[in-house]
Design a protein around this ligand. Structure first.
Ligand code: UGA
Length: 444
């Protein structure tokens, strides 16, 4: 293919990097994705997406075939080749204080410098990092390669909507230093997105870094807020779903991300609020984010309350009882089980002696690796067979649309615990099920 715009390298081909590389190629750039993991690179180069992400594989294949996109494990090859390097490597939670482990970000930048960058290259950080990281990296870069600039451009994609969120994001954030060329160069890379109406916020490094974690902290707060209301509804005999609907009509509050249940999980929200607190403490402002410890506690308590609810629904003891668990992924349309509330609850019930059988439309292979001692089924029917209770812990469409009457002949006890408020309560009750959920009167 004839080259037009800047040559783009994407370092790290995990969730963020694979999606970013594919979408940049889709926008018409020549892109090389780099990863240290040779197996991952080989799969991507063969047109195979290692994650469950609607639409991604199709775009990957299309851009591999057109020649815009390729993958490599050779950092020396991309260092001098690309004009723009997107750093998309992971920043896992470090042991101890829950802060972010920056070793992969540091390694990526150091290796680029060591391999020799093209004159005037731009390094763009997309990974989620603690405030102050970019400034430190910029100092290292300018000491070694004075004509190479750094920008910070956080990513806000949701799993399951990764392509859509990358091509049509709510906003673009460019953290740059004044007087440099980075802003103009980023605008050139994102021309199509900007012309489609996406707002751009141009700011300094620290603000750009903070926008990312502040957004995730706000989203986590919204979920824990409504789950705290569910706790109050339980003791006041009120209904948290109706409460959420009613407060959500106020446009200032909004009804999105206000779904109560067993709380948030995944590779981002839990880790990010912990890393944010750790960084605030390092900066001497720990008390400003002390409330995030409460957000985390409310979130983990929701899992515990689901265990308690299940126990109560079965008359006080789960040991020896058979439980059909529907859902393993941390959210529907994903095979991701990182910090999954569903599996946490399943494992806790199994630890109490229940016989737990788990079914999920996509996440069983991952669940099996992480929780080898749980039992797995290949269908809803198999999971609920002879169950004393059925738990819905991830709101897959397949579960929301289940026919409660059709399941009845297969279970031992018509007890359902709806951890995500995913089911039509009245329909399940009319079919003869005892329906239980968090934050709603269960006797109605
Ligand atoms: C989240 C953010 O939504 C993205 O904007 C961000 O870019 C991403 O983290 C990241 O930092 O990379 P994601 O982890 O894919 O995206 O998942 P969400 O759709 O945000 O769901 C997170 C968790 O919250 C799930 O376990 C979900 O079940 C739970 N949730 C969500 C609720 O319990 N209630 C809700 O109302 C919404």
């Amino acid at each position: 293919a004839a080259e037009t715009g800047p040559r783009i390298a994407v370092l790290g081909t995990g969730y963020l990097g694979a999606t970013h590389a594919v979408c940049m190629a889709e926008l018409g750039f020549t892109v090389i994705g780099y990863d240290v993991d040779a197996a991952k690179v080989a799969r991507l180069a063969a047109g195979e997406v290692p994650i469950f992400e609607p639409g991604l594989e199709e775009l990957l294949r299309k851009n591999l075939e057109s020649g815009w996109l390729s993958f490599t494990t050779d950092i020396d090859g991309i260092a001098g080749w690309a004009d723009v390097h997107f750093v998309c490597v992971g920043t896992p939670q470090r042991a101890g204080d829950g802060g972010a482990d920056l070793r992969y970000v540091d390694a990526a930048v150091d290796q680029l410098i060591a391999a020799g960058l093209a004159p005037g290259a731009l390094i763009v950080g997309k990974s989620t990092v603690p405030a102050g990281t970019a400034a430190g990296l910029a100092a290292r870069i300018s000491a070694a390669a004075p004509d190479v600039e750094l920008a910070w451009n956080p990513e806000f994609l949701r799993e399951g909507f990764a392509v859509e969120d990358t091509l049509r994001p709510d906003r673009l954030v460019f953290g740059v230093t004044p007087g440099g060329a980075a802003e103009a160069r980023l605008r050139a890379v994102y021309t199509a997105t900007i012309e489609a109406g996406t707002p751009v916020v141009v700011t300094d490094y620290a603000t750009a870094e903070l926008v990312k974690v502040a957004a995730n902290a706000f989203l986590a707060t919204k979920i824990s807020f409504i789950n705290a209301m569910a706790e109050i509804c339980d003791v006041a005999g009120a209904d948290v779903l109706e409460l959420a609907t009613a407060i959500g009509y106020d446009a200032r509050i909004g009804n999105r991300f206000l779904r109560p249940g067993i709380g948030f999980g995944g590779g981002c929200l839990p880790k990010d609020i912990r890393a944010f607190q750790a960084r605030a403490t390092e900066l001497g402002a720990g008390s400003s984010l002390a409330f995030l410890a409460e957000i985390d506690a409310v979130n983990l308590r929701a899992r515990q309350r689901a265990v308690t609810l299940t126990r109560a629904a079965l008359g006080g003891v789960v040991a020896g009882r058979r439980l059909g668990v529907l859902g393993a992924a941390f959210k529907p349309n994903s095979d991701d089980i990182r910090d999954s509330p569903a599996l946490d609850i399943a494992a806790e019930l199994a630890a109490e002696g229940a016989q737990v059988v788990v079914y999920d439309p996509a996440a069983i292979p991952n669940a099996r690796l992480r929780y080898p001692s749980l039992t797995y089924a290949t269908s809803v029917r198999e999971a609920v067979k002879a169950a004393d209770a059925v738990l819905v812990l991830t709101e897959w469409a397949e579960f929301r649309t289940l026919d409660p009457a059709a399941l009845l002949p297969h279970v031992a006890g018509a007890v359902v615990v709806d951890g995500r408020h995913a089911l039509d309560e009245r329909r399940w009750r009319e079919a003869g099920w005892a329906y239980h959920s968090l934050g709603r009167p269960s006797g109605a």
